[in-house]
Design a protein around this ligand. Structure first.
Ligand code: NAD
Ligand code: UFG
Length: 338
């Protein structure tokens, strides 16, 4: 019996493959490598010392999905595959709706066909929109503010409808806050294509000299030092949250959202300072105007995941920075060997 991981070659998926295998699960991966590298899978195999069954296919290819369900005894699915860049989603929204929604619909149909009804879905804190009330709890109103966020919100709605019509399903909607960090081996980590959109990979690329300086998007927010505050969570903590969600899905029925965050906020400058301390490298920065649509503060209440899944984040900002730095220093060009 195995867990099918869509998008398993990606940043969060590759770390989750390790945590699942270390917890005794077999994994099967489908990924079209649109935003990742097969090298990530090879390194996961090296870390765990076991092979990963890997299909380089698109989740929107139903015949490929059927082949995977025919060739493997899948008992649950974690659905990471999707496009995730907020800015890009406003430029090519139809590509985002096509990829994220169609892949999910086809996956559900094939799961129905094969009688597999346990699903863990990668949602996002972005489904809370511009809520001013912090910390965010799962029962707060939803309202995404960009096409990417709407794909997550629409998929959550689709999955709630699915459960309402077929209550023998078990669906965990995991709302991630800001995943950063890397596996402690320093051999797998986040490897964005092109110039990073997100803060931590940007800082890490400044540290290895790929980018000249950090742009801090605004220092006039109503926060501790005027820069944006987020709930950064170590990717290995997040991966362990997925193991707990699969454990839960295998022995419960329901469709439940869970925040996966630390419950603590950290500003842009605090993260920069922590990274400098962890790496010993100075990160030059300039203050630039705010990025449109960025809220001042976002952090989770993660009590529900603690109470129901028995999961809580254990790793602090220092460890997140040390592990990011180990990965980036050892792999200045990510998975490319140049
Ligand atoms: P990632 O881009 O590293 O991983 C996604 C993987 O899915 C990639 O390997 C990509 O090649 C693959 N993929 C995309 N479309 C596919 C398709 N149609 N068929 C097969 N494979 C496909 O991203 P990540 O950071 O690991 O994020 C994983 C999931 O978590 C995504 O759904 C993302 O929206 C969600 N999420 C991420 C963050 C974050 O900050 N990283 C925050 C909240 C939610
Ligand atoms: N920031 C900078 N400079 C940069 C990049 C970011 O100052 O070069 C700031 C942002 O303004 C924000 C903070 O750093 O205050 C974090 O920004 P990120 O882009 O790293 O993360 P976001 O909180 O904007 O968004 C991320 C993901 C979304 C996801 C959301 C909630 O990109 O997909 O977390 O999970 F929806």
């Amino acid at each position: 019996m195995a867990v099918l991981i869509t998008g398993g070659a990606g940043y969060i998926g590759s770390h989750t493959c390790i945590s699942l295998m270390e917890s005794g699960y077999d994994v099967v991966v489908i990924d079209n490598l649109d935003n990742s590298s097969a090298e990530a899978i090879r390194r996961v195999e090296a870390i765990v010392g076991k092979p990963v069954k890997f299909y380089q296919e698109d989740v929107r290819d139903k015949s490929a999905l059927c082949k995977i369900f025919t060739e493997n005894r899948i008992e649950a699915v974690i659905h990471f595959a999707g496009l995730k860049a907020v800015g890009e989603s406003a430029k090519i929204p139809i590509t985002y709706y096509d990829n994220n929604l169609i892949s999910t619909l086809y996956l559900i149909e094939v799961m129905q066909q094969f009688g597999v009804k346990r699903l863990v879905f990668s949602s996002s804190a972005t489904v809370y929109g511009l809520s001013k009330t912090m910390p965010l709890t799962e029962d707060m109103p939803l309202g995404a503010i960009n096409p990417y966020g709407r794909t997550k919100y629409f998929i959550e709605e689709i999955l709630r409808d699915l459960y309402a019509s077929e209550p023998d399903w078990s669906i965990a909607l995991l709302r991630y806050f800001n995943p950063i960090g890397a596996h402690e081996s320093g051999t797998i980590g986040e490897d964005p294509r092109g110039i990073p959109n997100n803060l931590m990979p940007y800082i890490a690329q400044v540290a290895v000299g790929r980018l000249p300086h950090l742009n801090v998007f605004g220092n006039d927010y109503d926060t501790v030092d005027g820069t944006g505050v987020r709930d950064y969570i170590h990717v290995v903590d997040l991966a362990e949250g997925h193991v707990k969600a699969v454990d839960w899905a295998l022995c419960h029925q329901g469709c439940e959202p869970f925040n996966l965050g630390t419950g603590k906020g950290c500003s842009v400058l605090q993260l920069k300072d922590a990274f400098e301390a962890a790496s010993g490298v100075k990160i030059p920065y300039v203050i630039t105007p705010r990025r449109p649509g960025d809220p001042d503060t976002v952090y989770a209440n993660a009590e529900k995941a603690k109470n129901i899944l028995g999961w809580e984040a254990k790793r602090d900002i220092k460890q997140m920075c040390e592990d990011t730095w180990r990965w980036q220093k050892n792999n200045p060009n990510g998975y490319e060997t140049k």
